[in-house]
Design a protein around this ligand. Structure first.
Ligand SMILES: [Zn+2]
Length: 379
């Protein structure tokens, strides 16, 4: 038995200040105000020192950590993410991989997970193969620009099977209908995401009944359809804002480059706190920081000076979102843990409750991670 004391416990919509959380094995056994919780004799004491204690972060969309590809170095990246409080991660596999590379990447990750070297693996975030070739970093390396062909994708679908939790697509790609049906047939619980797309709203909405409920990096790599000269059209972002059931992923970097702070506040207002998911979407790139962007220490640049994914981990994204939107620490846990767990139906994850998995992190009021407890063990 372990007892976290002096904990400002973060619940879904409020706090218990000066609380205690009891952990039995890998589960939360009890929690509450200090006066109401009896700490069993011999329990190991973990002092939260009056910091916040909330559920471990769940990053549903990141390709890399510590500037290393997760699929190439699953063990090292898993450890790095855990140290940043990311107790659940969905490695994103992008369309710069061909069929064999997708399968090899999935194999590497599944093997590491089986061997106990990637215990915070939750499942795959399949960012591709069929996105719009007009958007996203490394567009020139997209090997899936041609027709949607069953023989080319079905082996990938069968390889990842139920390990895939989210599958991204551009609804406007010709032949995507068959792809959606095939993925759904193989993986009935799959969640679809609209990504790297310039689909008109009706095409995005067409796939909601199939399980489309995530907007991949909302407002990034989404098009604007021209309506009339000087008249704003509607496209993916508007469909996402319009449809309540769709969760909006946001990349919140320090300078607000991916999503300007005003837009972060606007999206929060439109979508509401139940539909925001913060993601890191870290990518490997090590071009120099161009002049004028010295503060952008959580971004990656390519050698041409273009941004190339983020250099974020989710704890830093939460910290940035607090600054850009004025949200509370409680809200940040909602966007970084509770909402992602709910969007993916991860029972027992994303909030503090009796019987839930004891993935807990201690953070200060700026969301600096002080301690991490993963499956009941201190990291
Ligand atoms: Zn992307």
């Amino acid at each position: 038995m372990k007892a976290i004391i002096n904990a400002n416990i973060v619940l879904k919509d409020h706090y218990i200040m000066g609380g205690v959380i009891l952990i039995d094995g890998d589960k939360i056994a009890n929690f509450g105000k200090a006066k109401d919780i009896e700490i069993p004799a011999g329990a190991e004491i973990i002092d939260a020192e009056n910091n916040y204690v909330g559920p471990g972060l769940i990053d549903i969309h990141t390709h890399a950590a510590d500037n290393k590809w997760i699929f190439e170095e699953p063990e090292a990246t898993s450890k790095h993410l855990l140290e940043h409080g990311v107790t659940g991660v969905l490695p994103a596999l992008y369309n710069n991989l061909n069929k064999d590379a997708y399968i090899k990447a999935a194999d590497n990750i599944l093997k590491a997970n089986e061997e106990g070297k990637f215990d915070n693996f939750v499942g795959f975030y399949m960012e591709g193969p069929y996105l719009s070739p007009n958007f996203g970093c490394e567009r020139d390396k997209n090997v899936w620009k041609d027709a949607v062909v069953r023989d080319e994708y079905i082996d990938i679908v069968k390889k990842v099977k139920d390990s895939a939790k989210v599958w991204c697509l551009a609804p406007e790609r010709e032949g995507i209908d068959q792809f959606v049906k095939d993925v759904k047939a193989e993986i009935p619980n799959i969640v679809f995401a609209v990504a790297h797309s310039e689909a008109p709203p009706h095409l995005v909405e067409k796939y909601i009944p199939y399980g489309l409920k995530i907007a991949t990096h909302h407002t990034n790599a989404t098009g604007t359809i021209e309506h009339y000269s000087e008249c704003r059209g509607v496209c993916v972002d508007e469909a996402v804002n319009y449809n309540k059931e769709i969760y909006a992923e946001l990349i919140s970097d320090r300078m607000g480059i991916h999503v300007v702070p005003y837009m972060q506040r606007l999206v929060r207002k439109i979508k509401g706190d139940d539909r925001i998911i913060l993601i890191a979407d870290q990518f490997v790139c090590d071009g120099p920081i161009p002049p004028g962007f010295e503060e952008a220490t959580d971004l990656h640049f390519d050698n041409a000076g273009e941004i190339a994914g983020s250099g974020l981990t989710l704890d830093i994204a939460c910290s940035n979102f607090i600054v850009h939107t004025g949200c509370s620490v409680c809200d940040a846990f909602k966007f970084g843990s509770y909402n992602p767990a709910r969007a993916l139906n991860l029972a027992g994850y994303g909030y503090i409750d009796e019987g839930n998995i004891a993935n807990l992190i201690v953070v200060d009021d700026k969301f600096n991670v002080k301690k991490v407890i993963f499956k009941g063990e201190k990291i």
